[in-house]
Design a protein around this ligand. Structure first.
Ligand SMILES: Nc1nc2c(ncn2[C@@H]2O[C@H](COP(=O)(O)OP(=O)(O)OP(=O)(O)O)[C@@H](O)[C@H]2O)c(=O)[nH]1
Ligand SMILES: [Mg+2]
Length: 519
């Protein structure tokens, strides 16, 4: 009888734990345990956790653990945001709250979208908008999102993000007491209209408009919206977006901009004279644009943060040093390439990121038992498998222990599949938590990771004729991402030549990137 009572009692406890949803109290306790395992100390003064006041203090950390927890996993960034940037962000948050979805201003602005030019469509008070619609893989999306956000800050527009790409599975809301998600019933992009809207023959597409005839700049003909095509294969007409005159006299006046983009166009914003003065005040350190804005804007959801912290706690936290190696093979039909493997080994040994192997059978020197963890990210598992084997089969010449870890092995890109994108994002964050990073030339995935982490990467040069190049890699001079397709020959041609703080990217010619040029 006693046995039966115990069994029933045990079953009752187990069943209630396993089958019933936890009470809010239990859930909160679970969450607070979760945060403590990652060394998040809730008693620390908040200001210390906010990266120099970048984040709004009204946002609660429980619904979005990464927002405050992240700072405790990172070494403090030596790059502090300027007070001017912080004040711009605080003003932006207020603007977004006044104009965001659900506000009267938003309602009235969307109603005016249907009006013909001259019937009041152009007057929307203080609220003007830019809608971001993503294109390509995750990192291309993010570098374009950050570019659009910077443009919104500069032009005092409200950024709204198209939510059909699953952005809310990846990131928390960044702004307090409002939403950055474009409501699903937004008139221009609903139902069947959507595909027609993104057709480049759309008469509201700025490049197409210019191709057809110069837009009439009178107030009465100002359209209520423009479609901006800022995708890698854009035309010279689309590139007119980067001209001071076009910004001042036309684009700047239009209430709604809808931008479809996959590029990091920040360097070209710096080359617009009227933006440059403001940008210099916002970013006295030019190479920190993506670094600060991504840390401000992007906060992985709890689901993604779970992937990050579980990997971090299990594999990275105990390391004395962490090295990230991001391997992107652009050839869709190739997975493992021996010359890429050779290049990785050559680069990491030449740059002393990884030790040479010892010819002795065992390493007797136990004095320097440092643990170095190598985080490999790639669609393909072979690179980390070979690296792991290499450091198991022979000792290192320095006596260091090398542990190799690769979180996922997805094999093929599956953009828009929720868990696939979440894993990709988690890996970007893990890479950004390393001390040094080796990335693949021209990979935006690598750009996102090193820039977020505040790291200047070693870039693996693009192999030629299936051989590892010599030298295998180069240390980047800036942590900024590269703008692969800048408008080189239009209105900015001269400015590019004489501006000391843009340079041709190490991994992409004619790509442009921001650097802190010597004064
Ligand atoms: N989990 C994971 N996914 C990856 C990795 N490399 C590539 N992918 C997937 O492939 C996509 C590649 O697109 P991007 O994120 O823009 O990165 P990219 O290296 O610039 O590649 P392209 O845009 O195709 O030139 C990623 O978003 C992922 O979906 C990786 O190391 N880990
Ligand atoms: Mg890319």
């Amino acid at each position: 009888m006693e046995k039966l009572t115990v069994t029933i009692a045990t079953c009752f406890i187990l069943c209630s734990v396993l089958l019933l949803p936890p009470s809010p109290n239990i859930f909160n306790r679970l969450k607070s345990n979760l945060t403590t395992t990652g060394s998040y100390d809730s008693k620390k003064p908040r200001e210390k956790l906010l990266g120099g006041g970048l984040l709004a203090t009204e946002l609660d950390d429980e619904s979005c653990l990464s927002r405050y927890h992240q700072a405790s996993l990172r070494k403090p960034s030596p790059h502090k945001p300027s007070a001017y940037l912080v004040s711009k962000l605080r003003s932006y948050e207020k603007l977004h709250k006044r104009c965001g979805p659900g506000s009267d201003a938003y309602k009235s602005a969307t109603e005016k979208l249907g009006l013909k030019p001259g019937n009041g469509s152009e007057s929307v008070g203080e609220c003007r908008y830019i809608v971001w619609v993503p294109y390509s893989g995750l990192a291309n999306r993010i570098i374009s999102l950050v570019s659009v956000f910077l443009y919104a800050l500069l032009t005092e527009r409200v950024i709204l993000v198209d939510q059909r790409s699953g952005i809310s599975d990846l990131f928390c809301e960044p702004f307090p007491a409002t939403s950055w998600l474009l409501p699903r019933n937004f008139p221009l992009l609903g139902g069947k209209k959507r595909d027609r809207f993104f057709d480049r023959s759309n008469s509201h597409c700025y490049g197409t408009m210019l191709r057809n005839s110069a837009p009439n700049l009178t107030e009465t003909s100002l359209p209520s919206y423009l479609y901006l095509y800022l995708i890698s294969d854009y035309s010279d007409d689309d590139k007119m977006f980067f001209c001071e005159e076009d910004q001042k006299t036309f684009i700047g006046e239009v209430p709604w901009l809808v931008v479809n983009s996959n590029i990091y166009f920040v360097p070209s914003l710096w080359l617009i004279p009227s933006f440059q003065t403001e940008l210099i005040k916002m970013f006295p350190e030019k190479e920190t644009v993506f670094h600060h804005l991504s840390r401000y804007l992007l906060h992985p959801t709890n689901q993604v943060w779970g992937l990050v912290t579980r990997s971090y706690d299990a594999y990275l936290s105990r390391a004395d040093e962490r090295l990230g190696i991001q391997v992107r093979v652009f050839d869709r039909h190739a997975g493992y390439l021996q010359h890429v493997m050779d290049q990785i080994v050559a680069c990491t040994q030449r740059e002393k990121l990884l030790p040479e192997l010892s010819t002795q059978v065992t390493n007797t020197s136990r004095s320097k038992r440092l643990l170095k963890v190598v985080l490999v990210t790639s669609l393909h598992p072979e690179y980390s498998v070979k690296l792991k084997r290499m450091f198991w089969e022979q000792p290192t010449s320095t006596g260091e222990s090398i542990e190799v870890y690769q979180p996922s092995e997805e094999r093929v890109q599956q953009t828009d599949k929720k868990l696939h994108d979440q894993k990709a994002l988690a890996e970007v964050y893990l890479l950004s938590l390393t001390d040094n990073i080796v990335t693949t030339a021209r990979s935006t995935f690598g750009y996102f990771a090193h820039s977020l982490g505040g790291l200047r990467p070693w870039i693996l040069y693009k192999p030629v004729n299936r051989t590892a190049p010599d030298p295998p890699c180069v240390k980047a001079v800036s942590m900024e991402p590269c703008f692969h397709r800048p408008p080189l020959y239009g209105c900015q041609a001269k400015t590019i030549e004489i501006t000391p703080f843009v340079m041709t990217c190490e991994d992409s010619n004619p790509g442009l990137k921001l650097v802190d040029a010597p004064e």
